[in-house]
Design a protein around this ligand. Structure first.
Ligand SMILES: Cc1ncc(COP(=O)(O)O)c(C=O)c1O
Length: 443
């Protein structure tokens, strides 16, 4: 039998995402998965409290998804989907998605993942304004702490500097404003102002400062994921929507994490009665069983493509846009998510998880505990009243939890949890129990 360290020696020939040799030295070597459980090559059983990278909503080893992939590969794995050709699964999935997330978002352009989706969103926003006769509108306002992926544009839309340090110079046209973080707001708060008001005021100020005739779009994750699971105050997104309308700015919702049930609604802006002009999605559309993402656009944006002269064709798209097998898997996954009512599961089991995690605030280093549906964050601090972030302790707890068979994700000083939506009550309790034991061990 090949041991873990022998596999890791061979694995040195592969370059991993977000790589540093130190963080990969003792990597887990995963051999198989079943439900919420992962099994390493050397026999460890781990509860995957992150559903992979926030995406394996249907859990591991799902036979229905495996079968549909097999059948579609046998029938037709791939055809070009460039203008002039199409295939049945992509037609059916786009048809199913029309109006599914938000009213008025009826057209889908498929990509292979979330970074490509966001680059597609930025290019589509520029295309829209050029077609509208306003070619100077190209800038995108994003938030500090946001994560939008790692293609070149997405890297600089992202508001986390460590993703940019080694890849500059910056791509022109991305501006960052403070995030609506109720626990640690980094913007200026006027007397009597709520965090939601101040954070949306920052958007209005940025639009004015940059010049409304230069700004194409605003992009936001409804709940920031990689930035530390930041749940905005309820007044924020309605205010943001009103500002985008007032100034004629497209609102791009990056629902790569929050889409497809994760937060207790099919799509997260529904919590606040708001809808975007462009929606980016990826990850859970296939529960990670195939590489698929995309954008959906408003009817108004669609119209600018339909009415374009040939010289202004929408020259964008990927070899794998509308991949037949990936779309067939997406369609089956949607059927499963609807049948099992995943948004409802995320609501009830998410409440159970959040209540459980909140019970851990008795530990001296547990600060804010937050979440919505089945995505939660636990902040680790060295001083609760001063809210002093403690990334070193966060890593210790993360490692202690992993030794106890629980996978979370350390994000600065926040431990994130985003388990498969097919998780059951006992498994939710197991997350809390194992995390509690890990915390006990570092006291
Ligand atoms: C909110 C958000 N947007 C975009 C992306 C990038 O997606 P991908 O890694 O599929 O390119 C991610 C990935 O974690 C994400 O969380």
């Amino acid at each position: 039998m090949t041991t873990n360290s022998e596999w890791l020696e061979k694995d040195r020939k592969q370059l991993h995402p977000v790589y540093h040799p130190k963080s990969h030295a003792n990597a887990l070597v995963i051999e198989r998965g079943e439900g919420v459980w992962l099994y390493t090559a050397d026999g460890q059983k781990i509860l995957d409290g992150m559903a992979g990278l926030w995406n394996v909503n249907a859990g591991y080893g799902n036979e229905e998804l495996a079968k549909v992939a097999y059948e579609q590969m046998k029938t037709l794995a791939f055809t070009s989907n460039f203008s002039g050709m199409t295939n049945l699964p992509s037609i059916q999935l786009a048809d199913k998605l029309a109006g599914f997330a938000y009213d008025g978002l009826n057209a889908t352009m498929f990509t292979s993942g979330g970074s490509e989706a966001n680059d597609t969103a930025f290019k589509t926003a520029r295309y829209f304004w050029k077609r509208k006769g306003q070619p100077t509108k190209y800038k995108v306002i994003a938030r500090k702490g946001s994560y939008h992926g790692v293609t070149l544009a997405a890297t600089f839309a992202t508001g986390l500097e460590k993703y940019q340090t080694m890849f500059g110079p910056k791509v022109d046209g991305f501006i960052h404003i403070p995030a609506p973080n109720p626990y640690r707001f980094e913007g200026s708060l006027d007397p009597g102002e709520s965090v939601g008001q101040a954070a949306s005021r920052a958007l209005e100020e940025a639009i004015r400062r940059e010049g409304v005739d230069t700004v194409a779009a605003f992009i936001a994750e409804p709940i920031m994921g990689v930035g530390g699971v930041i749940v905005p105050p309820a007044d924020y997104f309605p205010l943001v929507r009103a500002i985008c309308d007032k100034y004629g700015i497209l609102f791009i919702a990056d629902e790569v994490i929050t889409g497809f049930g994760r937060t207790g609604e099919w799509f997260a802006l529904k919590h606040w009665g708001v809808k975007p002009d462009i929606l980016s999605f990826a990850k859970a559309i296939t529960s990670g069983y195939a590489q698929l993402g995309g954008i959906q656009i408003s009817d108004e944006i669609r119209e600018t493509m339909e009415s374009a002269p040939e010289s202004e064709a929408y020259m964008h798209g990927y070899t794998y846009s509308g991949h037949a097998m990936a779309c067939a898997v997406g369609l089956k996954n949607l059927e499963i998510m609807e049948r099992e009512n995943y948004p409802q599961r995320a609501q009830t089991l998410g409440k159970r998880l959040l209540d459980g995690l909140k019970s851990l605030t008795e530990f001296p280093f547990v600060g804010d505990v937050r979440g919505l549906g089945l995505v939660c964050g636990v902040e680790i601090v060295s001083d609760k009243s001063a809210k002093t972030a403690d990334p070193a302790m966060t890593m210790r707890i993360f490692k202690a939890a992993q030794e106890r068979g629980l996978r979370s994700r350390p994000l600065g000083n926040t431990l994130a949890f985003s388990p498969p939506l097919m998780i059951n009550e006992d498994e939710v309790d197991e997350i809390v129990k194992r995390l509690g034991a890990a915390m006990e061990s570092v006291m």
